[in-house]
Design a protein around this ligand. Structure first.
Ligand code: PGA
Length: 249
């Protein structure tokens, strides 16, 4: 049985006040049984988030990490630092980082390895652009992004990675993939990874991301290969995020 996970990605948004609003909304009993949820906040908020969310069932996530653990990397943040703030999850290869900040498959693999080496759960983001979808290249692109990481990991490491399928054309656009479109790609990822062993196929946690909101979450999460969500815009509204978490139960 896979445990559903709803992760809220604040991106470069949020505030201390929003953290406090989350602490008020997410009481200890707020989540349905068997559902996990996390807030992935910008680095400066990790300290306050660790303290403010302590009484909530929300785990903490970071949006990227450096491959190295310390040294001359101005502006970067390391895995041991994330450990100090109780971070459990870290996004790797988000499409905004691939497109705007040069995150290559090689760098992404490095980040995944560093995360795994420091007891962090990497959430590997993959997804096609609109152009790639229209050229019928969705599965080729997505599976190449998956293989760039999974082919290089050993069996134990593979079982510790969460994958978020986020079609780039659905991110922040209000244009959600239909449950059928998402299910098709996600079933394809699961089937593809099953060649590393049936156990991986069964245990792999797959999140959908791209304009998931309080109104469409239940329908998406009802699909057999969608185990949870990576939620951007709707994770900035406490009630909407709570509704999405409840839809996963
Ligand atoms: P969105 O973002 O929900 O605002 O589309 C999702 C993401 O980029 O993780």
């Amino acid at each position: 049985m896979r445990t559903p996970l709803i992760a809220g990605n604040w991106k470069m948004n949020g505030s201390r006040a929003l953290l406090e609003a989350f602490a008020e909304t997410f009481t200890a009993e707020a989540l349905p049984e068997g559902v996990k949820a996390a807030l992935i906040v910008p680095f400066p908020y990790l300290d306050a988030a660790q303290r403010t969310l302590e009484t909530t069932p929300l785990a903490l996530g970071a949006q990227t990490l450096n491959v190295e653990v310390s040294g001359a990397h101005t502006g970067e943040v390391s895995a041991p630092m994330l450990n100090e703030f109780g971070v459990r999850y870290v996004l790797v290869g988000h499409s905004e980082r691939r497109a705007l900040y040069g995150d290559s498959d090689e760098m992404i693999l490095g980040r995944v390895n560093t995360a795994l080496g420091h007891d962090l759960t990497p959430i590997l983001c993959v997804g096609e652009t609109l152009e790639e979808r229209e050229a019928d290249r969705t599965m080729t692109v997505v599976l190449a992004q998956v293989d760039a990481v999974f082919d290089a990991l050993d069996a134990a490491a593979r079982e510790r990675v969460v994958i978020a399928y986020e079609p780039v054309w659905a991110i922040g656009t209000g244009r959600t993939a239909s449950p059928e479109q998402a299910q098709e790609v996600m079933a394809g990822i699961r089937a593809h990874l099953s060649r590393h062993g049936a156990r991986l196929g069964e245990s792999l946690v797959l999140l959908y991301g791209g304009s998931m909101n309080a109104a469409n979450a239940a329908e998406l999460l009802a699909k057999p290969d969608i185990d949870g969500g990576l939620v951007g815009g709707a994770s900035l509204k406490t009630d909407d995020f709570l509704t999405i978490c409840q839809s996963a139960g």
